[in-house]
Write a protein that binds this ligand. Structure first.
Ligand SMILES: [Cu+2]
Length: 243
């Protein structure tokens, strides 16, 4: 078992950025385990063996270890920040597939922009889940005519996805453990997060913010399909969405 061996308790990894995050997590755990063991060894040694009254060298036993620990934790923090920012601040490639995610009490909705690749305008006052318009598409906007809204997220494997996250009422937490994704959806903001799914399969989408009485049932399904099957699925759904 190498340093970076992944314990079996981690969920399977279905995204391109996942292994780097897992390695960082495991590295952190190994460092913490080593430091906790070392601290206890020092404590026990001190209790059992220390009988000397000689003046202590503070540099050797206090300042130097403190400086080493400060550098170690700063390095780990900077590495973690970069991994986090890589999915958010760097921006997706222009060829990425655009998908919009809308969280509301208590469901997730997903919107594909259609052949024109432009999302139609959505207005909060037009939101009417009972009438088949859960994200409030404005029918007078020509770009909204080919938008497809689904309650299941379907993505192609091996292609970058640029998700734009929105919330209609309160803060929701968009989370897919197998894709190592977790990001708040915040009313009034559009939060971008980009990633590449790698492993076809069916995964759970959860809400990780206590968003109300129905929070426990706020989940959805993600299906990752091979690219050809995804193209078929998208074509069929776009056909179904046409009047
Ligand atoms: Cu929620």
């Amino acid at each position: 078992m190498g340093l970076y061996a992944l314990p079996s308790w981690l969920p399977t990894d279905a995204s391109a950025h996942g292994p780097a995050l897992d390695h960082h997590l495991i590295l952190n755990i190994w460092i913490i385990l080593s430091l906790a063991t070392l601290a206890h060894l020092i404590l026990l040694t001190g209790l059992i063996a220390r009988r000397s009254t000689e003046p202590v060298n503070l540099w050797r036993i206090e300042y130097l270890p403190l400086a080493v620990l400060a550098v170690l934790f700063a390095t780990l923090t900077i590495k973690a920040e970069r991994l986090w920012a890589a999915a958010r601040y760097t921006g997706a490639s222009p060829a990425a597939l655009q998908v919009e995610v809308t969280g509301m009490q208590f469901a997730w909705y997903f919107r594909y922009p259609g052949p024109d690749a432009i999302f139609g305008i959505a207005r909060p006052q037009l939101v009417a889940p009972g009438e088949g318009n859960p994200v409030g598409l404005d029918p007078t906007d020509p770009h909204s005519a080919d938008d497809t809204v689904t309650s299941e997220l379907v993505l192609p494997s091996g292609r970058e996805i640029d998700l734009r996250l929105r919330a209609q009422d309160v803060i929701h937490g968009f989370s897919i453990p197998e894709l190592r994704l977790k990001q708040n959806a915040i009313p009034g903001q559009t939060v971008h997060i980009h990633f590449t799914p790698t492993t076809p399969g069916t995964y759970a989408i959860l809400c990780t913010q206590l968003c109300g009485l129905g929070h426990y049932r706020m989940n959805a399904t993600l299906r990752i399909l091979p690219q050809s099957e995804f193209a078929t699925w998208l074509a069929e759904n776009q056909k179904a969405a046409q009047p």
